[in-house]
Design a protein around this ligand. Structure first.
Ligand code: SAH
Ligand code: DHB
Ligand code: MG
Length: 223
């Protein structure tokens, strides 16, 4: 058996026992597929990790950058209290429409809001609204802008908030300091910003499984 087949099998085993998808999550992926959205959502195990981290944070307010069909959104929003709030930013009007339907079917439309447009346009508007600090920010959009998203996350959070960055490994491409690829450059800049920023304490976790070899960076906002 190839190594990646083992990783997939183990991921499936863990998901089956620890992060089983209910009909709502399955329907979200089914309808995302039917609408031809790319299959780049987090896995069930990863969605469950995001949910547990939101719960550990005692999160009441969550910001997501990169909605796609709302799969990660649903996992995280399920960690929120009934008066909680999740704002998710999505570039594509089409993807946002699919996500909005998936979120409504999950019964989460009262606490989740999907905002359409380039996140770097939505974020200043959001900041102008002076929202309560976000307890968790999940960054999972265009990787070239990762350092900008970290900076915005810092503006929109407070001490103790958690910032999570997806896809920081990409089959190991993150170590290529000479890479011209915008996603590699953006992710490296974000990792180095987390490492050097006086208000951030972070680490990164490599992952294998249904999404191949990838990983998350996690950063806690300091005073
Ligand atoms: N978080 C989702 C996956 C997101 S995929 C999940 O795990 O289920 C990345 C998403 O970021 C795509 O939907 C893409 O359209 C969106 N995106 C890309 N560039 C963006 C931008 N500049 N602003 C907002 N969203 C963007
Ligand atoms: C891509 C984006 C993601 O957020 C992800 O988790 C996997 C792949 C992509 O753009 O290819
Ligand atoms: Mg991702």
């Amino acid at each position: 058996m190839s190594e990646s087949q083992v990783w997939d099998d183990v991921d499936e085993y863990f998901s089956a026992h620890l992060a089983p998808e209910d009909d709502t999550l399955r329907a979200a992926l089914r309808d995302s597929d039917a609408a031809d959205l790319p299959q780049i959502n987090v896995t069930a195990s990863q969605g469950k990790l995001l949910q547990l981290l939101a719960q550990l944070q005692g999160a009441r307010n969550i910001l997501e950058i990169g909605t796609l069909g709302g799969y990660s959104t649903i996992w995280m929003a399920r960690a929120l209290p009934a008066d909680g709030r999740l704002i998710s930013l999505e570039y594509s009007a089409k993807y946002a429409e699919v996500a909005t339907r998936n979120i409504a079917r999950a019964g989460l439309d009262a606490i989740v809001e999907v905002r359409v447009g380039p996140a770097l346009e939505s974020l200043p508007k959001l900041a102008d609204e002076n929202p309560a600090p976000f307890d968790l920010v999940f960054i999972d959009a265009d990787k070239a802008n990762n350092p900008h998203y970290i900076e915005w996350a810092l503006r929109l959070t407070s001490t103790g908030s958690l910032i999570i960055l997806d896809n920081v490994v990409r089959d190991g491409r993150v170590v290529d300091a000479e890479s011209d690829a915008p996603d590699v450059r953006g992710t490296r800049a974000a990792i180095e910003l987390i490492g050097s920023h006086p208000r951030l304490s972070g680490t990164a976790v490599q992952t294998v499984g249904g999404k191949g070899y990838d990983g998350f960076a996690l950063a806690r906002v300091l005073a």
